[in-house]
Design a protein around this ligand. Structure first.
Ligand SMILES: [Mg+2]
Length: 262
């Protein structure tokens, strides 16, 4: 015979279990302007060095320099507004190829490879800094509770270079999945880049949060894949969306208040 008291204890136990059971199992981070940021004019300085290197390698006259710098402006615009029309900007090989075609140049394989190496690895000579001093300790602490992943729309520096940079900054070890747009040939806000990341983490979208600084790419992108968004709004007076954080130190609290509720 079932003891009704025992039964109610069992039920109570199961309710308690659900209460302590954390709903969120994984945290995905954006990279640029969320975990790391360039010094003022960092990319402009690198682009100038890239332009000089291309001119030197191909032995071009100096009037080519403003044309190459103009290409970098077009490129940055393509990164800000990804669309099927600017898919040439997805991978560095195609970016360099686009530049060469537009300048109407003939380039040997050896010259192309030389330019590619300089172009894609300039970042390592002049790396970005953490957005906050606490980045390392926050990641170490989150790693004890959640699976961590990174989704990054890459630009001139491909995933391969970014991994080296993350290794040098000693944070690569905290992430078990990396989704770089130049490798997946998909970029935020495309929901598929979030779906692939979540499936590699072996969790459900609603068991995941995505932390990123861009309302369009990160917040809306994550939402479109059913992933819980958190807007990173360091130094922003009126953030565009809720929930938001102004420091990574707030992540765990925001997860508890917004997404771990039963
Ligand atoms: Mg970003």
């Amino acid at each position: 015979m079932i003891n009704p008291l025992k039964k109610s204890n069992l039920l109570k136990k199961s309710v308690d279990y659900r209460r302590v059971n954390r709903r969120i199992k994984a945290v995905i981070f954006d990279l640029w302007e969320t975990l790391v940021e360039d010094k003022a004019n960092g990319e402009l300085e690198r682009d100038t060095l890239r332009a000089d290197f291309i001119i030197q390698t191909l032995n071009l006259p100096l009037p080519f320099k403003p044309k190459i710098l103009e290409f970098f402006t077009v490129l940055s615009d393509a990164f800000r507004n990804p669309s099927p029309h600017n898919e040439w900007s997805l991978v560095p090989e195609a970016q360099i190829d686009y530049l060469i075609r537009n300048l109407d140049l003939t380039v040997s394989k050896e010259e192309f490879d030389k330019i590619y190496t300089f172009y894609t690895e300039s970042l390592l000579d002049n790396p970005p800094t953490f957005t906050e001093e606490c980045v390392l300790t926050v990641l170490a602490s989150l790693k004890n509770k959640y699976k961590l992943a990174m989704i990054s729309n890459t630009g001139r520096s491909p995933g391969k270079t970014l991994l080296k940079m993350l290794e040098e900054k000693q944070i690569r070890k905290y992430f078990e999945v990396f989704s770089f747009s130049d490798e997946l040939l998909l970029r935020k806000p495309d929901s598929r880049i979030f779906e692939i990341t979540v499936s590699k983490l072996h969790v459900q979208p609603n068991e995941t949060v995505h932390v990123g600084d861009s309302y369009k790419m990160d917040f809306l992108g994550a939402q479109s894949a059913g992933v819980n968004p958190i807007l990173y709004a360091k130094g922003v007076e009126s953030p565009k969306a809720n929930p938001f954080i102004r420091s990574h130190l707030e992540i765990e609290q925001i997860i508890r208040d917004n997404y771990d509720k039963n």
